[in-house]
Design a protein around this ligand. Structure first.
Ligand SMILES: C=CC1=C(C)c2cc3[nH]c(cc4nc(cc5[nH]c(cc1n2)c(C)c5CCC(=O)O)C(CCC(=O)O)=C4C)c(C)c3C=C
Ligand SMILES: [Fe+2]
Ligand SMILES: [Fe+2]
Length: 344
C-alpha cells in the first residue's frame, strides 16, 4: 500500500501571518503638476472603463487625439493653484496618508492591525500595497474605497483593481470591501458638526448652503447606479440632523466632464443663478469628498467663489471636507471597526 500523505520535498519558505490589514483607497493623484506627470495620471484615469463607459473605438481617438494633448496642461495649471507646496504633493495625497497614520494610531492597542493607503490612479498603487500588506503577514485585508456614496466610477473600480491584483497571487489573503456609508449616523453627525463649527467662525450667516457632490453622467444613473439616491439621502439626513428647512440645504452636482448630460442641478449654474437672483451669502459643503482635492479647493473654493462674487454675491464660504479632523477620523474609524467585526 502506498502512503496517501505526501511528504513535503522542501521546507516551506518562511511566511509571516496573523495580521489583519486595512487599506484606505482614494481616487488618485498626479506625481507633479508638469505636463508629463499630469498626462500619465489622466491617461490611467480616463482609460478606466468604469469612468468612461463609451466604446473604446469611439473614445480612444478622442482621448489620445485631443484630451491627452490639451487637458494635462490645463489641469496642471489648476493643480498648481492648490498644490501642497510644503510637501510637494497634492492635498489628497497628504490627507489620505494622514488618515492612515491616524487610524494606525487609533488601533494602537491592537498590534495585529496594519493600516496602509493607496490610490486608484497613480502611486502608491493598490496592487503594490496589497502585496506589501500580505508580506507583512496580513491574511485578511479590508479594502476601504474612500467614498461615502457608492458609484461604479469610484467604489467599484477600486474593488475591481483590488481583486484584479489578487489574480497574480498564489496564496491570496481574504478580502473584504467596505460598503457605502452615506446614511451612517456617525457620518451625518460629523458633517453637521463640521457645518456648525465652520459657520461659527464666520461673522456672517449664509442664506443657504449648497451640498455639492461630484456628478456622474445621467446615463450611468439610468443604468442603475445608486449614487444619485445615496447623495440625496445623505443631504436629507443632514438637513434633518441640522433641523433646517428644505431650502436651506440644497443638493447640486459638480465637475462635469464631456458633452453628455450629467446629474442636475449643476453646481456652477446654480451658484451663478443664485447670485443673479440676488442671493448675497452662501456656503458650500462637499459631503461626498472624504478629503479636499482639486475638485473642492480649485473648483469650489476657487472658481465657484469667484463666479458667485462676480455675479453679484457678497459672501462665499467653502466648508472644508472632513479630511484628517477628529470628526473625520471618528467616521473612518467607526466604519472600519464595524466592518472588521469577526476578524479581530
Ligand atoms: C466621466 C468622467 C468622470 C466621472 C464619471 C467621475 C466620477 C467621480 N469622480 C469623483 C471624485 C473625484 N474626481 C476627481 C477628478 C476628476 N474626475 C474626472 C472625471 C470623472 N469623474 C476627471 C477627468 C478628473 C481629473 C481632473 C480633471 O481633469 O478635471 C477628483 C480629484 C482628484 C485630485 O487629485 O484632486 C476626485 C476626488 C467621484 C466621487 C465621482 C463619482 C461619484
Ligand atoms: Fe471625478
Ligand atoms: Fe473638475
Amino acid at each position: 500500500m502506498t502512503d496517501i500523505v505526501a511528504e513535503p520535498t522542501a521546507a516551506h519558505p518562511p511566511v509571516k501571518s496573523g495580521k489583519v490589514g486595512v487599506l484606505l483607497v482614494n481616487l488618485g493623484t498626479p506625481d507633479g503638476t508638469d505636463f508629463t506627470s499630469m498626462r500619465r495620471y489622466l491617461k490611467e484615469f480616463l482609460s478606466d472603463r468604469r469612468v468612461i463607459e463609451w466604446s473604446r473605438l469611439f473614445w480612444y481617438p478622442i482621448l489620445y487625439g485631443i484630451v491627452l494633448n490639451t487637458r494635462p496642461r490645463k489641469v496642471g495649471k489648476a493643480y498648481e493653484l492648490i498644490w501642497n507646496r510644503e510637501l510637494g504633493e497634492s492635498w489628497l495625497r497628504t490627507y489620505t496618508r494622514n488618515q492612515a497614520a491616524l487610524m494606525a494610531g487609533a488601533f494602537g492597542s491592537r498590534p495585529q492591525v496594519v493600516v496602509d493607503w493607496a490610490m486608484r490612479y497613480g502611486q502608491p498603487s493598490i496592487g503594490s500595497r496589497l502585496e506589501a500588506l500580505q508580506k507583512a503577514g496580513c491574511e485578511r485585508i479590508l479594502v476601504f474605497p474612500l467614498y461615502p456614496q457608492y458609484a461604479a466610477a469610484t467604489t467599484a473600480t477600486v474593488n475591481d483593481k483590488a481583486f484584479e491584483s489578487l489574480l497574480k497571487m498564489r496564496w491570496q489573503p481574504a478580502l473584504r470591501t467596505v460598503p457605502p456609508y452615506h446614511d451612517d449616523p456617525v457620518y451625518i453627525d460629523a458633517l453637521a458638526l463640521s457645518i456648525n463649527k465652520h459657520l461659527a467662525t464666520l461673522d456672517w450667516e449664509p442664506e443657504l448652503v449648497l451640498a455639492s457632490f461630484h456628478g456622474i453622467p445621467k446615463s450611468y444613473f439610468e443604468k442603475g447606479d445608486p449614487y444619485y439616491c445615496q447623495c440625496q439621502k445623505t443631504a436629507r439626513l443632514l438637513r434633518e440632523r441640522l433641523g433646517w428647512p428644505k431650502e436651506r440645504l440644497q443638493v447640486t452636482f459638480q465637475s462635469r466632464f464631456g458633452p453628455e448630460e450629467w446629474l442636475q442641478p449643476y453646481t456652477d449654474a446654480t451658484v451663478e443663478r443664485l447670485a443673479k437672483d440676488g442671493v448675497k451669502r452662501i456656503a458650500v459643503i462637499n459631503p461626498g469628498f472624504v478629503s479636499d482635492c482639486l475638485e473642492t479647493l480649485e473648483e469650489i473654493a476657487g472658481q465657484a467663489a469667484e463666479s458667485f462674487l462676480h455675479n453679484g454675491g457678497e459672501k462665499f464660504a467653502h466648508i472644508p471636507c472632513l479630511n484628517d479632523s477628529p470628526e473625520g477620523m471618528a467616521v473612518l474609524n467607526h466604519v472600519v471597526r464595524r466592518e472588521l467585526e469577526g476578524w479581530l
